[in-house]
Design a protein around this ligand. Structure first.
Ligand code: ADP
Ligand code: ADP
Length: 236
């Protein structure tokens, strides 16, 4: 469930400037594909087209063979979970922020998700536990803690498709490794599109696509690309 296909996708925010110039790739159900490349290459645009913030001008984006234009916004949002670079939390309790993933979740389910996201210990030690307010009205969370809240929320939501858009880019190296470990657990056996500019976050992807100026410049596994080029020749 949840295979993704981009077929000859052309896209421009404004007609003067083509951003994606015929991009085709597939993410088979349960697999992970990483899109890497320099800033401005069009990586995030790909995730926006999947979420249907914009429509393609040519070509198609499909999920399980169905054009995203024929899927209701509600179903699309239910099918896709997103961990962005900088999670913006609601100025509300930790419980609200995590439960937002699935409003019917019980405290036990939330705690299980928090444990997988490696934030369970942290929450147990807060004076009000899940009830602790965050944001302007309460506790200030670090970047890594916010990402863990986002991961716990996504674990509760359990969507068939996951988009990780530079999910660890804003973190220091040690925190990045810890968050990456949590993300590896969540993305296992789930159709996952990883957007990244660092190679360290994509090593385990089933396929790596190097995007450059809106075109696929290279593709392969991490090992394959390394063997061909020593490094991904067109990445920087
Ligand atoms: P990447 O994720 O690879 O850094 P993006 O997909 O975010 O690249 O952006 C690709 C290009 O599209 C960039 O040149 C960016 O300035 C432009 N762009 C992104 N969003 C918009 C928008 N909403 N309107 C116009 N141009 C945009
Ligand atoms: P969902 O994935 O539940 O359909 P959205 O599509 O609204 O949620 O947004 C994608 C992700 O962005 C959510 O999972 C959530 O992490 C976050 N998000 C959305 N809206 C807000 C908001 N107003 N404040 C904080 N985070 C938000």
């Amino acid at each position: 469930q949840g295979s993704i296909a981009f077929k000859d996708v052309h896209f421009a925010y404004d007609p003067e400037r083509q951003i994606l110039k015929g991009v085709s790739f597939e993410v088979p159900a349960g697999k992970t594909v990483a899109i890497v490349g320099p800033s401005g290459a069009g990586k995030s645009t790909i995730s926006r087209l999947l979420y249907r913030f914009y429509d393609v001008q040519q070509g198609s984006v499909t999920i399980d063979g169905q054009d995203v234009r024929d899927i209701t916004q509600k179903s699309l949002r239910a099918a896709i979970g997103m961990v962005p670079q900088d999670t913006v939390l609601f100025n509300d309790s930790i419980a609200y922020n995590i439960r937002y993933g699935r409003l019917g979740a019980t405290d036990d389910e939330m705690m299980a998700a928090a444990d997988i996201a490696q934030i369970g210990h942290f929450i147990r030690n807060l004076p009000d536990g899940f009830g602790t307010m965050v944001g302007e009205r309460g506790l200030k969370l670090s970047g890594g803690e916010k990402q863990r809240v986002a991961i716990a929320r996504t674990i509760l939501k359990a969507p068939p498709i996951l988009i990780l858009d530079e999910a660890t880019s804003a973190l220091d190296t040690t925190t990045e490794q810890e968050i990456q470990a949590a993300l590896d657990v969540v993305s296992k056996n789930r159709t996952t599109l990883v957007i990244a500019h660092r190679l360290s976050t994509v090593i385990n992807a089933d396929e790596i696509i190097v995007l450059r100026h809106g075109e696929i410049a290279e593709r392969g596994t991490h090992a394959g690309l390394l063997a061909q080029n020593g490094l991904y020749a067109s990445m920087w």
